[in-house]
Write a new protein. Structure first.
Length: 212
């Protein structure tokens, strides 16, 4: 893993199903980002919106976690706008362009890495983003960060559930693959947001990466 990266993108995690474990995963991702900042990254990006069934946005939770780790608020670029990995990639591209960020380091939990890498590289380009599991930062982490990273690893039963979910998402991506890219991306985002946001429905004139 070569440093410096311009920014660390902390990928979101829905709290539905098992909120406590999801928060541990987010804490692990925040700890990995903290270690990456100390190693030379300049900024942290957190983009998750308030998901269905949640009282606060994932980006708000991450901001609190980073503050608890001693990361100054001026190192954080937060935007509560994404509800799926695809939308996260699109918003990240928009913000990277706006802030002149050339190379992002995306952090997530291990089971999510393959699909996150595929989606982020498709949107940003493989030369502009690197995706790594939180455990890849253990060698860079201090004692507290290391504890949080290890605590965020799912147990066997949870891992099996997450891998089943990842396979379903991957199967859905294969199903819509023949469609034009813009329509395919809209369908992915609309499905992840529960079809509640008309801006992302097929036929909408909204541009990818913009929710308003």
């Amino acid at each position: 893993m070569n440093f410096p990266f311009d920014a660390v993108l902390i990928l979101g995690k829905s709290l539905r199903g098992d909120p406590e474990r999801a928060r541990r995963e987010l804490a692990a991702r925040a700890a990995a980002a903290s270690a990456a900042l100390r190693a030379g990254a300049g900024w942290v990006l957190s983009l998750e919106a308030c998901m269905r069934g949640q009282e606060e946005a994932g980006s708000t939770i991450v901001a609190t976690l980073l503050a608890d780790l001693g990361i100054p608020s001026d190192r954080l670029i937060a935007a509560a706008r994404s509800r799926s990995t695809r939308e996260e990639a699109l918003v990240a591209l928009e913000l990277a362009d706006a802030h002149g960020l050339r190379h992002l380091l995306a952090v997530t939990t291990g089971y999510h890495v393959p699909r996150a890498r595929r989606v982020l590289e498709e949107v940003l380009g493989p030369e502009r983003v690197s995706v790594h599991a939180t455990t890849a930062f253990l060698a860079l982490a201090d004692g507290r960060e290391r504890t949080l990273i290890l605590a965020g690893e799912p147990g066997r039963a949870a891992l099996r559930r997450e891998l089943r979910t990842e396979r379903r998402f991957t199967a859905a991506e294969v199903l819509v693959a023949p469609l034009p890219r813009a329509l395919r991306w809209r369908l992915e985002i609309a499905a992840a947001s529960g079809w509640r946001d008309p801006a992302w429905w097929p036929g909408s004139q909204a541009e990818p990466g913009r929710t308003g």
